[in-house]
Write a protein that binds this ligand. Structure first.
Ligand code: ATP
Length: 334
């Protein structure tokens, strides 16, 4: 036994290999005792094996219970609607958690954003239940269950309690979708009753989007269904510098998969220009999850320190630093 925690590593497509490689180097420099088990998913493995999501990938995550994943696309003709959605459903990764925080040194209109989006990951309009009723008419089913709604609400309040946060905002459209979003809202209300120290706020999705771009500092934890979470995650990433800086995780009772909010960015893949901060921060979250809290704290601090110097800003932040120069700045900070 090496004494190291084994973690599945999925480099992914496009910029995935570049940014996950940066994260692996940073984790090693931070001294986290991790042994990576590398498995491929996505385009390259599809061309080799005929499937973009080999069983071995799911088996490895099940065995290790934790993974760091780069962006994985869904090749056309692969038989998959979405590799990411399939992975989340197969492993029952029911909570998508996206911390959104201002970085000193990253120029944005806001300075004190510190919120967490908790997105229900398994149902809603991602149920995959679509059909054509008749010529020119299709139905897409939004599935909301009490079980999944209670579970995600509990996750959000537990996270708020653990992190000493004060409010949980339930985001919904129950004024229009009275049954589906109404059930979701009722579930959040019933869970909130068990957490008297945390204030429950309720926000209709459209008004919430406006408030987020006017006063993002006023939000703390936000809990919402799958599609609202997909949209507001990107909106919130935009508040703090964009997709290149925003980390995330997909969490279940058995396993967790840590990954950035961004996709495979084919337009800049292979050019050494991707911002690796989002994946490096996702790796810091992973370290915290496995008890490597010191490494997690040091990685966070080193990323903030790298951003403090505009010479380290990659192209997505308006600078000219490369993936390598940013990574080296983080390594120097460690
Ligand atoms: P997917 O379908 O895989 O989500 P997408 O094209 O919809 O892909 P992204 O891959 O996230 O979305 O890319 C959106 C834009 O953001 C692209 O212009 C891309 O270059 C840019 N981008 C995404 N991630 C990064 C990053 N880490 N560093 C720099 N730019 C990035």
């Amino acid at each position: 036994m090496s004494g190291k925690r084994r973690v599945t590593l999925i480099p992914g497509d496009g910029i995935g290999p570049e940014v996950t490689d940066a994260a692996v180097r940073v984790v090693a420099a931070a001294g986290a005792a991790i042994e990576w088990e590398r498995l491929d998913a996505g385009q390259a493995v599809f061309e080799e094996t005929g499937t973009p999501l080999p069983d071995a990938v799911i088996d490895s995550i099940r065995a290790n219970r934790i993974a760091l994943k780069g962006p994985v696309g869904t090749p056309i003709g692969s038989g998959f609607r979405s590799v990411n959605v399939t992975l989340r459903q197969a492993l029952d990764l029911y909570a998508c958690v996206r911390p959104v925080r201002s970085s000193p040194g990253v120029p944005t209109p806001f300075e004190n954003v510190d919120l967490v989006i908790v997105r229900e990951n398994t149902e809603g309009l991602y149920s995959g239940l679509e059909h054509r009723v008749t010529e020119g008419v299709v139905e897409s089913l939004k599935v909301v269950t009490e079980k999944a709604s209670l579970r995600i609400a509990r996750y959000a309040f537990e996270l708020a309690a653990r992190e000493g946060r004060r409010t949980v905002t339930a985001v919904h459209k129950a004024n229009i979708m009275k049954l589906s979003d109404g059930l979701f809202l009722d579930c959040v209300r019933s869970v909130a009753a068990d957490y008297p120290g945390i204030e429950l706020r309720e926000a209709i999705i459209d008004a919430c989007a406006m408030q987020l771009v006017r006063r993002p500092e006023s939000f703390d934890v936000l809990v919402m269904d799958n599609l609202y979470g997909d949209i507001l995650s990107d909106l919130c990433a935009g508040l703090v510098g964009g997709l290149g800086v925003t980390p995330g995780s997909n969490v279940g009772d058995e396993c967790s998969v840590f990954e950035a909010v961004h996709g495979s960015a084919p337009d800049i893949a292979g050019k050494g220009r991707a911002n690796p901060a989002a994946v490096i921060r996702s790796a810091a979250m992973l370290c915290a999850e496995i008890g490597e809290t010191d490494a997690a704290r040091r990685i966070e601090a080193a990323v903030d320190a790298a951003f403090a110097d505009p010479a380290n800003h990659p192209g997505d932040l308006g600078g000219s630093a490369t993936t390598e120069t940013f990574t080296e700045a983080v390594l120097a900070g460690l």
